[in-house]
Design a protein around this ligand. Structure first.
Ligand SMILES: Cc1cc2nc3c(=O)[nH]c(=O)nc-3n(C[C@H](O)[C@H](O)[C@H](O)COP(=O)(O)OP(=O)(O)OC[C@H]3O[C@@H](n4cnc5c(N)ncnc54)[C@H](O)[C@@H]3O)c2cc1C
Length: 288
């Protein structure tokens, strides 16, 4: 592997010219509007008075008081793990249908492989059999199907000159089915070797930076239940009125926003969910 630590430390591959700019810009706008951010603060419990939440409690036992509370944590697992609801015990959460768990590789690559475009899918010929078994298997896939996004093909500013920025996403079993991810490096190697052969470019020899995230990392970093990447799935029994509501069943000052409440998962839906909950709070509390 080549040594390219300067760029790695600079955070170039993930930040400059990339998607993260959207986050930075939103944060700037909100700061100007007086919003204060407290990072590294995980809400692990609540205090209540009658039909109201009186405080959110973080991992350091600090209490956060407010008139209204909006949780952007997974709306199903928050009810179970943080609120201790019998309707959302681990057993009941595990019985629900969850979206795929991601195994992701971020590669900074020297050179410009010709046979890649912005969006690329690398699949096999047994799609149905693969899709039927992959999500409930206890093993990593032997011949993985995966998606490759090369944002630098459309936005050259997201990689240094003469380089490419690869994001590889392989759907894998979530942590209900496969808890041990000590084989992460070998799965990454399988994917990179396969991809190199398919595009006729030695990615391994040209790798400048590499980061691997398993479902365990996704669960830890974002509190994604069992590492499920997009939260609750959209089966008939988990949409509309059957999906966890954006208003708490018990507490009148607690609301939910995000993928596992209404209307559903994915960025466009999540943006709509924030609009819906804002309108609901305005209607019920005349504020926000
Ligand atoms: C690898 C991957 C690829 C994806 N690709 C796409 C795509 O191409 N298109 C698309 O539309 N969607 C995609 N998605 C899905 C999309 O990212 C999600 O649906 C969306 O980000 C969910 O938004 P959210 O606000 O509900 O949750 P998040 O974006 O997960 O934000 C929730 C925030 O709350 C924090 N949090 C959680 N619990 C607590 C707690 N107890 N206390 C304090 N903070 C907490 C988390 O740390 C996180 O910062 C992808 C997801 C993944 C994982």
């Amino acid at each position: 592997m080549l040594n390219y630590t300067e760029l790695e430390h600079d955070g170039y591959w993930n930040v400059k010219g990339g998607m993260y700019k959207i986050t930075e810009t939103i944060v700037d706008i909100l700061k100007k509007r007086g919003v204060r951010f407290h990072f590294n603060t995980e809400i692990v419990g609540v205090e209540t008075v009658g039909e109201n939440i009186s405080a959110f409690i973080d991992q350091n036992d600090r209490k956060w008081t407010s008139e209204l509370y909006i949780s952007n944590s997974d709306a199903a697992s928050f009810r179970g793990i943080v609120m201790g609801r019998k309707s959302h015990t681990a057993q009941k959460l595990d019985a629900m249908k969850w979206t795929l768990a991601p195994f992701t590789i971020y590669l900074g690559v020297k050179g410009k492989p010709d046979n890649l475009i912005h969006h690329n899918y690398f699949l096999g010929s047994n799609f149905k059999e693969y899709a039927d078994t992959i999500f409930t298997s206890t093993q990593s896939p032997e011949k993985p199907y995966y998606y490759v996004n090369v944002s630098s093909k459309s936005n050259p500013a997201s990689a240094p000159e003469g380089c490419e920025n690869l994001f590889i996403l392989c759907p894998v079993p979530d942590l209900r089915h496969k808890t041990d991810w000590s084989d992460a490096k070998s799965l990454a190697e399988t994917i990179i070797t396969d991809l190199s052969a398919r595009i006729g470019y030695d990615l391994k020899a040209n790798t400048l930076t590499q980061t691997i995230l398993t479902p365990i990392d996704w669960e830890k970093q974002f509190n994604l239940y069992r590492g499920s990447g997009l939260g609750l799935a959209h089966g008939l029994s988990q949409v509309g009125g059957f999906r966890p509501s954006n208003k708490d069943e018990v507490f009148s000052n607690l609301y939910y926003v995000g993928a596992s409440t209404t209307p559903g998962t994915g960025l466009p839906m999540v943006v709509i969910s924030s609009k819906l909950v804002t309108e609901r709070i305005q209607k019920e509390h005349g504020t926000l």
